[in-house]
Design a protein around this ligand. Structure first.
Ligand SMILES: NC(=O)c1ccc[n+]([C@@H]2O[C@H](COP(=O)([O-])OP(=O)(O)OC[C@H]3O[C@@H](n4cnc5c(N)ncnc54)[C@H](O)[C@@H]3O)[C@@H](O)[C@H]2O)c1
Length: 271
């Protein structure tokens, strides 16, 4: 640990497991107190298992081993009023807020003509509205703190089309645009906003159930499968790989990096 985040408070959404858990543990390891937000209930339409409250407990226990304060918050990022209330309370308890990692998201692959209205709406509700809600509920606290850093979790699907994922690709391009748009208006408050774009990550979302669903959807046009291949000869990346990029973006080491879309994608978006 280098103490890069000492004295700071960071909020992470989608914190119960996967990438979100790693961000929480990493931030605490670098000296931050953390607000760990997750729904921990059934996710709409996904092929993989949903997280449970015990998953969030595990995140908190792991992060507390660094000796930092870690507050779990059970909230749905789709509900701005509830989110705002819960976040206001947690920030009051920890005294301030300096950085935000808007990481909660879902992915439901289908060939274009198998996408239902419900799948499209659910994906936009969580990935786009949920991300906007997270910024709206947290940015005022960063203004109060005199500045800060916000990271919005997009995907390589926010840089390059991923076939068989029209709702997800649409949502992750939107998140990339949202980061740049917030960066412009929040710059005068000393707040930086960037997006991160991972290729496939080894989490529940990147699990066998998900890969099977993508493989099934890709039967519709097998020619397009090559669009998902990484330039580096790796199947995917780890949660640590993504956490390294996020740590850089929330820390002062990146103090003049804003409105940037950072690929952590093994080159897939240029391949
Ligand atoms: N896994 C991948 O291959 C991959 C690749 C690129 C980008 N991403 C993005 O990274 C982020 C994290 O994904 P992950 O791989 O850790 O997935 P994951 O499914 O393992 O974890 C996501 C967490 O977000 C939570 N969540 C979902 N909807 C929520 C809501 N409405 N309110 C609050 N919490 C909610 C879930 O409960 C879960 O704990 C997502 O935004 C995802 O789109 C994932």
């Amino acid at each position: 640990m280098s103490g890069l985040m000492r004295g700071k408070v960071v909020l992470v959404t989608g914190a119960a497991r996967g990438q979100g858990r790693e961000h929480v543990v990493r931030m605490a390891g670098e000296g931050a107190d953390v607000i760990a937000v997750d729904l921990c209930a059934t996710l709409p339409g996904v092929a993989y298992a949903s997280s449970e409250p015990t998953d969030l407990d595990t995140t908190v226990t792991l992060a507390q081993q660094s000796g930092q304060r870690v507050l779990p918050v059970l909230a749905d990022v789709r509900d701005l009023a509830v989110l705002r209330d819960a976040i206001d309370g947690a920030v009051e308890e920890l005294g301030r807020l300096d950085a935000v990692v808007a990481n909660a998201g879902i992915c439901i692959p289908r060939a274009w003509d198998e996408v239902t209205e419900e799948i499209f709406r659910d994906t936009m509700d969580v990935n786009v509205t949920g991300t906007w809600n997270t910024v709206m509920a947290t940015a005022p606290h960063l203004v109060t703190a005199g500045g800060g850093s916000i990271v919005l979790m997009s995907s390589s699907a926010g840089l390059k089309v991923q076939p068989f994922m029209i709702p997800y690709t649409t949502s992750k391009f939107a998140v990339r645009g949202m980061a740049k748009a917030f960066a412009a208006e929040l710059a005068r408050f000393g707040i930086r906003v960037n997006s991160v774009h991972p290729t496939g990550v080894d989490t529940a979302m990147g699990s066998r159930a998900m890969l099977t669903q993508v493989a099934k959807a890709s039967m519709a046009d097998p020619r397009l499968r090559g669009m998902l291949v990484n330039m580096q000869p790796v199947e995917g990346i780890s949660v640590e790989d993504v956490a390294n990029a996020v740590l850089f973006l929330v820390s002062d080491a990146s103090r003049h990096v804003t409105a940037h879309a950072m690929a952590v994608d093994a080159g897939v978006s240029e391949f």
